[in-house]
Design a binder for this molecule. Structure first.
Ligand SMILES: NC(=O)c1ccc[n+]([C@@H]2O[C@H](COP(=O)([O-])OP(=O)(O)OC[C@H]3O[C@@H](n4cnc5c(N)ncnc54)[C@H](OP(=O)(O)O)[C@@H]3O)[C@@H](O)[C@H]2O)c1
Length: 310
């Protein structure tokens, strides 16, 4: 098969479009004929991109862990999918991903894809929508009427988090560049703060939930906008001990996990028009290097997706 593989730790310059063996299906797996996959530019910096779960090296390795495609084959113990099913989901990070014509993935982390959108759009959802869902609903317990501040509201995660928070009935505030303000409003944010022009902590108080997709000083400046007992959920790095307690709030860092039940709910929201993927760009598999370069350099709102087959 054709695949994009990393030849060593580094950046997009280490990615090569080349021939690779079709992956072997393990117990619990399905083999997916990939039609499209989302990418996370930061994945080229993760250890899991270059090593297996037991720590042994995996070079060359295949990035792109958010495929949408068609079931080609199932392991003998998999009974919930059959050949021809159209599915999408989150592939395990410490295994080869889906920037390839085929990917072997754990069936339990996949669901039937939304019928109302094509594969290239479905591939923008698994990692970002599950991350937004788990951050807002599992970790922050976001409730109707609460105020939530979403940093990076125009990003891959942010565009979905804004919509999910609005669907839950929260008051949604977001930070974004001025160029993306109109889009983030259209997704459901009542207030969008241009982070280049305004320091959000100068104008916000008593926020119930902050979803931080940025980290660094954005996270540090966020503690003071929360009400006592509020919660900050961050995606970028662990929170040092005691920091949240000192501000009288809860702080959570987590890594997204695959979850079919949540994907089924996301599918339902998409098919009833309540959630829509936002695509930054669709780039052919052979030009994956360009996709990762763009992701790292800053990109138009939403998610970058690799198109593997038409
Ligand atoms: N823990 C997990 O499980 C998990 C899961 C998914 C993602 N992540 C991480 O979460 C982060 C976001 O991922 P993503 O896919 O959403 O990235 P992304 O698509 O690159 O989005 C980032 C967004 O943030 C905006 N931005 C940059 N600096 C900002 C600032 N200071 N204030 C407000 N907005 C700012 C960018 O807009 P401009 O281009 O206009 O600056 C862009 O729209 C990444 O670090 C990723 O690795 C973690």
């Amino acid at each position: 098969m054709k695949a994009v593989r990393t030849h060593g730790r580094g950046g997009p310059e280490q990615l090569f479009f080349e021939d690779a063996p079709v992956p072997v299906v393990r117990p619990g797996d399905v083999l997916v004929r990939v039609r499209a996959t989302g990418i996370t530019p930061a994945e080229l910096t993760w250890d899991e991109t270059y090593q297996n779960a037991d720590g042994t090296p995996r070079i060359p390795g295949i990035p792109g862990h958010e495929p949408s495609g068609v079931v080609e084959e199932t392991a003998p113990d998999v009974t919930d999918f059959r050949a021809g099913d159209e599915i999408y989901g989150l592939a395990d990070f410490p295994r080869d991903g889906a920037a390839a014509e085929f990917a072997a993935v754990r069936a339990a982390n996949f669901a039937l894809k939304p019928r109302s959108i094509p594969h290239v759009q479905a591939a923008a959802l698994p990692l970002s929508a599950l991350t937004a869902w788990q951050a807002l609903f599992e970790h922050a317990h976001l409730a109707v009427g609460q105020a939530v501040l979403i940093h990076g509201g125009a990003g891959g995660v942010g565009t979905l988090a804004v919509q999910l928070a609005r669907w839950r009935g929260a008051h949604v505030l977001a930070t974004a560049s001025a160029r993306d303000t109109a889009l983030v409003h259209s997704l459901g944010a009542e207030e969008v703060i241009d982070y280049h022009a305004t320091r959000f902590e100068d104008i916000l108080r008593d926020i119930d939930v902050v979803l931080d997709t940025i980290g660094g000083e954005t996270r540090e400046r966020s503690w003071r906008v929360l009400r006592k007992g509020g919660v900050l959920v961050t995606l970028v790095s662990p929170i040092p001990p005691d920091v949240a307690e000192q501000h009288g709030v809860r702080g959570v860092f987590f890594i997204v996990s695959g979850n079919r039940r949540q994907l089924d709910q996301i599918t339902g929201l998409v098919d009833t028009g309540k959630l829509k993927p936002v695509l930054s760009r669709v780039i052919p598999l052979a030009r994956a290097r360009e996709a990762f370069e763009q992701g790292a350099a800053g990109h138009a709102p939403g998610k970058i997706v690799l198109q593997v087959a038409g």
